[in-house]
Design a protein around this ligand. Structure first.
Ligand code: ZN
Length: 55
């Protein structure tokens, strides 16, 4: 399942969601913190996580 990172402009929090392709194309992503749809897909959060692999 694809996993997406989002940033909410309304409450300035990031969150992640697992969406099906159909859900993703619908664009119906709501912030779980405040319920706003003023969200933006965030790739920086994804890179922050993957770059922390300091083995
Ligand atoms: Zn929010």
């Amino acid at each position: 399942m694809p996993h997406y990172e989002f940033y909410c402009h309304a409450c300035k929090k990031t969150f992640s969601k697992v969406l099906t392709l159909a859900e993703y194309e619908e664009g119906e992503v709501l912030c779980p913190h405040c319920g706003s749809d003023n969200v933006e897909q965030s790739w920086s959060a994804f890179y922050a996580i993957t770059s922390k692999k300091s083995a």
